[in-house]
Design a protein around this ligand. Structure first.
Ligand code: SAM
Length: 243
């Protein structure tokens, strides 16, 4: 105070930092809901419902930052199961952990800050690896796929939920309009940031389509690779096994 500034006490600072991240997390959810009309919740639920993951499984949820997939997986793997939430971003991991903890989900959950391109687990560690809306952000996707396969036990499965190529001309046109006209405006109004949402639309456009990703998974050594479109291919689920 002698020098004209007020030092923020540690506790108050912790509270402030907490509030900032809470607002980021809340906005993140709001944006997801606005951009997808809330449908991302249904996509995620469907993704876990058709995953084939069973009670007692040990699952790695890659790019699991928000904790959404882990929250859905928890009742599936049950008390005997294990879920490791892995994300490259410490702040996102923290948000996910806080949310899951607030919902009383604690046991059988672990958190790891990691890069999907270089997983810090020995070979054959998991029954399943899930990745929802994460592969798009990974620079070297072939390397990430090879890593996912490496950490799977024989018989284990990889499940990828990601934006893909829309089928049908009319839906395609609507989708383009939504991506390039609506999204940046939503981003501007609700997050004060049009550029990030323009980037988002472009990253979706550049992401490999259904057949390309299927071929990449096969090349990475996965067996019985299957694709399932949701909402005419706005998003797709890719599944592949390690034998
Ligand atoms: N799976 C969550 C969901 O569906 O709500 C979060 C998806 S969010 C769009 C993408 C996440 O991928 C972010 O939390 C980001 O930090 C993470 N990510 C980006 N690149 C990554 C990488 N190379 N390895 C691991 N995580 C990564």
């Amino acid at each position: 105070t002698h020098f004209g500034y007020r030092e923020v006490p540690v506790q108050e600072k912790q509270r402030l930092v907490g509030r900032v991240f809470t607002s980021v997390a809340r906005r993140y959810d709001l944006m997801n809901d606005l951009m997808s009309f809330g449908i991302h919740r249904l996509w995620k639920r469907h993704f876990v419902a058709v995953s084939g993951i069973r009670p007692g499984d040990c699952v790695l949820d890659l790019a699991g930052g928000t904790g959404d997939i882990a929250a859905l997986l928890k009742p599936v793997v049950g008390d005997r199961g294990q879920i490791v939430v892995g994300d490259i971003n410490a702040a996102m991991l923290g948000i996910g952990r806080d949310r899951l903890t607030d919902r009383g989900l604690v046991g059988g959950l672990a958190y790891a800050q990691l890069n999907a391109e270089c997983l810090p687990f020995p070979e054959a560690s998991f029954d399943a690896v899930t990745m929802a809306f994460g592969l798009r952000n990974v620079t070297d996707k072939d390397r990430a796929l090879a890593e996912i396969r490496r950490v799977l036990k024989p018989g284990g499965r990889a499940l990828i939920l990601e934006f893909s190529r829309v089928r049908g001309e009319l839906l395609g046109k609507l989708y383009d309009f939504h991506s390039f006209a609506v999204l940046p405006r939503l981003g501007q109004v609700f997050a004060g940031d049009a550029d990030s949402y323009r980037y988002l639309a472009e990253s979706i456009r550049k992401h490999p389509d259904q057949e390309t990703l299927k071929a990449m998974m096969t090349r990475a050594g996965f067996d019985h690779v299957e694709v399932r479109n949701l909402n005419q291919g706005i998003v797709a689920i890719h599944k592949g096994f390690r034998y």
